[in-house]
Design a protein around this ligand. Sequence first.
Ligand code: FES
Length: 166
Amino acid sequence: MRMNLEDRLKENPELKGQFDELDTYINEKAKQQGSLINVMHRAQEIFGYLPDDVLDHISTRLSVPRSTVYGVVTFYHFFSRVPKGRHTVSVCLGTACYVRGGSTVYERVMKTLGIKAGETSPDGRFTLDLVRCVGACGLAPVIVIDKDTYGRITPDKVITLLNKYA
Ligand code: FES
């Protein structure tokens, strides 16, 4: 059963600070055009993902229909409804990376972590994503782990890399 926000705040006082931080941002941005997407980005940075009570809060505070907020989160792949792992591994399958072996890198990562794109490993360490060109085609095939870009990746090299983030 879904816990209401009041109960979640009681159970996790840190959440209160996170909602306060989001409110501060909303107060600054609410009147700007396109603020919904910006507020959702900020919320995801603060909470790590976008659970129902955060989306409901955004809907109320921005006076945007709930259906619109939920529609946006479903439409854009960079918004996540589930908690992300501590590290995000993004395998590029844009054309240059694909033709230079990106799919074999992706298969090795899937097999090693036991997850596919959009999922988080059971130990909470990694979330796996697929991306289409990160602008480093000259280094193909490429993967990005958090904010670090690694080029000329092979299936064997990727295992060594993942171990560095263990
Ligand atoms: S296709 Fe992968 S970086 Fe461009």
